[in-house]
Design a protein. Sequence first.
Lengths: 287, 287
Amino acid sequence: MKVYLNGAIMDEGEALIPASDRGVLFGDGIFETVRAYSGKPFRMDRHLERLHAGCRDLRLSGVPPEKEIGNAIGELYRLNVVSGDAYVRITLTGGLFDGNRSLQRSNPPNVYIMVKPFEGYPHEWYERGMRVVVSGVRTNEGSPLSRIKSNNYLDNLMAKQEAKDRGADDAVMLNSSGFLTEGSSSNLFLVRRGKVATPGVECGLLPGVTREAVMELCEEYGVTCETEFLTLDDLLQADEAFFSVSTGEIVPIAEVEGSPIGFRCPGPITIRLSAAYRALVKKELFL
Amino acid sequence: MKVYLNGAIMDEGEALIPASDRGVLFGDGIFETVRAYSGKPFRMDRHLERLHAGCRDLRLSGVPPEKEIGNAIGELYRLNVVSGDAYVRITLTGGLFDGNRSLQRSNPPNVYIMVKPFEGYPHEWYERGMRVVVSGVRTNEGSPLSRIKSNNYLDNLMAKQEAKDRGADDAVMLNSSGFLTEGSSSNLFLVRRGKVATPGVECGLLPGVTREAVMELCEEYGVTCETEFLTLDDLLQADEAFFSVSTGEIVPIAEVEGSPIGFRCPGPITIRLSAAYRALVKKELFL
């Protein structure tokens, strides 16, 4: 496997960074994960806009020009993947620690790009829907980090582990006030009486690029989609529910804590939005 | 500067870890900072107990034996510091990422130890007390991470930055329910009518080794010390307030958001506990 590190393509085993990097010591860094369809990243511009916005919030600098990132992804795709879809991760760290325990940094970031074959989610998640539990780990709407895809990602890994431990496929997370926020690495949507709803950013969640595309598709198809404060009861009583995630697209939710959601899974609006999303990807990427 | 990485002593510039380490990608790791007085780490046993407890919670394994850590610190002290006090940081990461986005890991950790001369806090912080603001970043008592010294440390760095931006020395953080928790890298104590109080761990804070020592000293000196739910009003109306931190020991708080705390700073109980803490260090380390 080849990777990109600070301007050069190299073997993954040669891509080394200082143990004293702020990314190692404090999780000081930011990332994006993108799905590249037949080598073409979907909505790369939106992912890069989010990356830049997060960098502003964290006062990180040093994102390479869009062209350089695009070239690196293209070259890594040819070297590592060749055909089919790819999983892309772009990571930027805070650089060598200079003793300053704040957001002030004096050294350049490490910029790391991985492109691997996209393995896909299990087919049954799309066919029968995901079995979901409610995580005991709350998201923290009281921190700007809840809205930034930072390398401080342990809460999400813990939520996913909790789901595995309980024999489930994934977990939904509540915020500190008890409102629904997101999945362990996805956004959450509910369908109720033909209307779509998703928790608002102010609830403490990472607004995904796929979430945004789903909201656009709803508008295009004349389906109401609103950001709301939603509760676990709203989810349990929904007609349909699904996750949106850049890699896995739209993934239906079959049950939450053992309670089935709606009468069948995937439900009609989930099916319609999934198909619309795939059509959107094909259209935008000329596939 | 020499450092320890995975069993070997080497130049800091040679201490490299894979960019694909989970510590880089997710902040998946844990650390301890310890002050070594004339080369002798204070309460190393308690720091290691906390490290092991955090590793259990995060399902991390691979902490080296106590003797190996002690030898590494001793050797790095001789090489980097020679005389005087030292700042010690022990870091353990989640190891090479294998694609598993949970707490399941298949590769050994990277274990990294730094020992540097301890620079000390500014004298005026001890003489006139710290000027403190209330951070807009809340700690998250709804996540186990709030009680683990994990490498997901950006919230703390943001709180410190906020203090700098506002011309203050440090920040106190509230939890999501609005209760006092801790400083950006320290624990918080109040003194009211001769009694000492500190927020309880259930508020979402990292219980420090120095915090524990202060509680022991209170007991020894017959001063009541209780863990409580404390509010910002409690702090503003306190007779004295101070931070406890392994490196800086006991640091008085002069004012919060421009309001002076008590009638003079440092107050009498803060002075007494500071002296008692230094005596405790000398006694335990045979200095």
